[in-house]
Design a protein around this ligand. Structure first.
Ligand SMILES: Cc1cc2nc3c(=O)[nH]c(=O)nc-3n(C[C@H](O)[C@H](O)[C@H](O)COP(=O)(O)OP(=O)(O)OC[C@H]3O[C@@H](n4cnc5c(N)ncnc54)[C@H](O)[C@@H]3O)c2cc1C
Length: 411
C-alpha cells in the first residue's frame, strides 16, 4: 500500500481521500483553508444527475449576447480580465460545435450513471447516511413556448439517465409549491434531481472523518515535484512532504500546480453568487430553477439558498455582491414573500473547463500523479464518482470510459 498526498480538501479532495483510505492506503490531505468557504461549501446542494449538457452549446451561444448586455444578468464577464480569459473563451467557442457537444454529453452521461450510487457508497465509507433527499426539482418558465421547448430536451435527457419529467401549468405548479404566487406560464418537474443536506455540513463531516482516519495538514501547497524516490509536495521553502503518489484536487487553483508539473490546462473560474436565509419564513418543497434567469433556489432543512449565474473572472478579482441582490429581486417576482434583505451573501468559484468535462486522469508522463479538478457546475454531484475513479486509476485499474477526461486533451 502507498502513502498518497492529496492537495486540496474540498469535496473532490475529500471524496478521493476517502476512496484511497478504503483501498488501504495511507493518506495525507493538505488544505490551506480548512475553515474556508470554497465552492464545495456554498453551492446549491443539488445532486443534478439529469444535467448532462455541457455549458458550451449552440443554444447557449445564441442567448449569450442578450445576457451580456445586463451586467447583473445570468452571464457576465469582468471585462478587465478579458485578456487573461481569451484562451479559455476561444476553446469554449470551439467546444460548442455539435460534434464536441455530443462527445461531452456522452462523457458526462458515463459519470452521471453511477453518481447517485457512488454518493451512497461514499456516505457508507464516511459513516454518513440520510444526507440526500429525493425531492425532484421544478423549472419555472415565463412562456408556454419556452416550457415546451425545454420539456422536449429534458425528456430526452431523462430517458438517457433514467428519470421522469412532466409539464405542468401554473396552477398545478402552485399546488405543489404554494410559495410561487407570482406570474409565470408553467413548469417542468423532473424527479431525477435530489437535494443534499446542507453542503457545509456534508463537507465538514467528510473532513472530520479524514482528520480521524488520515493525516490532515493545514498548509498551502506551492508545488508538487516528480523525483526518483517519490513525489515531493512543498508547503513553503522549508517544508517538503514526500509521498509515493499524489493527487491534485485544488479546484480552480489546480492550474498553477499543473503548470509547475510541466503540463497545461484550460481552467478558469465561472463564479457564482448566492444569498442564504437561515430559518426563512417561507419554504419551497423542492429546488426551483429559474433557468431563463440563470439561478436556482434550494430549500435546506433550516435554510433557503437563492443564487447561481455565471461571472467569468480571474479567481482573485474582487466580488460584486450586487449580483446576489439582483437574483433575490428577480425571485421576488415569482415568490413575493421572499425577504429582500437579511440573508448572507456569498461568492464561489466553479473550476471550469471549456468543454464542461472535468479532468480525471493520470499525468501522461508519470502514473504516480493523478488529477481531479475542473468539475464546473457539477462538482458536488460528481465528487463521489470522481473519487472512486481516481482511486482505481492510481491502482492501475482505471475505466476505459475515462479517456475523454484526460488532461492530455489540453497538451
Ligand atoms: C453558486 C454555485 C452553485 C453550485 N451548485 C452546485 C450544485 O447544486 N450541484 C453540484 O453538483 N455542483 C454545484 N456547484 C459546483 C461545485 O460546488 C464545484 O464544482 C465543487 O465544489 C468543486 O469542488 P473542488 O473540491 O474541486 O473545489 P473547491 O471547492 O474550490 O475546493 C478546492 C480546495 O482546494 C484548496 N486549495 C486550493 N489551492 C490550494 C493549495 N495550493 N494548497 C492547499 N489547498 C489548496 C482550497 O482551499 C479548497 O478548499 C456549484 C458551484 C457554485 C459556485
Amino acid at each position: 500500500m502507498a502513502h498518497i498526498g492529496i492537495v486540496g480538501g474540498g469535496i473532490i479532495g475529500c471524496a478521493t481521500a476517502l476512496h484511497l483510505l478504503e483501498q488501504g492506503h495511507q493518506v495525507t490531505v493538505i488544505e490551506r483553508d480548512a475553515g474556508g468557504l470554497p465552492a464545495s461549501v456554498g453551492n446549491a446542494g443539488i445532486l443534478a444527475v439529469p444535467e448532462i449538457d455541457p455549458i458550451a452549446r449552440p443554444g447557449m451561444l445564441l442567448s449569450a449576447p442578450k445576457w451580456l448586455l445586463d451586467p447583473l444578468g445570468p452571464l457576465t464577464v469582468r471585462w478587465g480580465d478579458l485578456p487573461a480569459l481569451m484562451p479559455w473563451l476561444s476553446r469554449f467557442l470551439l467546444a460548442s460545435r455539435p460534434s464536441q457537444v455530443a462527445r461531452s454529453r456522452e462523457a458526462l452521461l458515463f459519470l452521471m450513471k453511477t453518481a447517485e450510487a457512488d454518493h451512497h457508497a461514499m456516505g457508507e465509507i464516511a459513516g454518513v447516511t440520510g444526507h440526500i433527499r429525493r425531492t425532484g426539482a421544478m423549472t419555472i418558465f415565463d412562456t408556454v413556448a419556452a416550457r415546451d421547448k425545454a420539456f422536449t430536451h429534458e425528456a430526452e435527457n431523462a430517458r438517457l439517465v433514467g428519470c421522469n419529467v412532466e409539464t405542468l401549468d401554473a396552477a398545478e405548479t402552485r399546488r405543489r409549491i404554494p410559495a410561487l404566487k407570482g406570474n409565470f406560464a408553467g413548469a417542468v418537474y423532473n424527479d431525477g434531481y435530489q437535494t443534499f443536506e446542507y453542503p457545509l455540513t456534508l463537507l465538514r463531516r467528510l473532513q472530520a472523518t479524514l482528520r480521524e482516519r488520515a493525516t490532515f495538514i493545514d498548509a498551502a501547497v506551492t508545488s508538487a515535484e516528480r523525483g526518483t524516490d517519490g513525489i515531493t509536495v512543498r508547503t513553503g521553502a522549508q517544508n517538503a512532504h514526500l509521498f509515493d503518489k499524489a493527487v491534485i484536487t485544488a479546484g480552480v487553483w489546480s492550474k498553477t500546480l499543473v503548470e509547475r508539473l510541466g503540463l497545461h490546462v484550460h481552467l478558469e473560474t465561472e463564479r457564482g453568487y448566492n444569498t442564504t436565509f437561515v430559518n426563512p419564513s417561507l419554504t419551497l418543497e423542492m429546488p426551483v430553477f429559474f433557468s431563463e434567469h440563470g439561478f436556482v433556489a434550494t430549500p435546506f432543512e433550516n435554510a433557503l439558498r437563492v443564487g447561481g449565474a455565471v461571472e467569468l473572472a480571474k479567481p482573485e478579482t474582487a466580488a460584486n455582491y450586487a449580483r446576489a441582490g439582483a437574483m433575490r429581486r428577480k425571485m421576488r417576482r415569482y415568490v413575493p414573500d421572499l425577504p429582500e434583505d437579511g440573508g448572507t451573501e456569498w461568492m464561489g468559484r466553479r473550476p471550469s473547463t471549456p468543454d464542461s468535462l472535468p479532468v480525471i486522469g493520470l499525468h501522461p508522463g508519470d502514473t504516480r500523479i493523478a488529477f481531479a479538478f475542473g468539475h464546473g457546475h457539477l462538482g458536488l454531484t460528481l465528487s463521489a464518482t470522481t473519487g472512486r475513479h481516481v482511486a482505481n486509476l492510481l491502482a492501475g485499474t482505471g475505466d476505459q470510459g475515462l479517456a475523454p477526461f484526460s488532461i492530455a486533451r489540453f497538451q
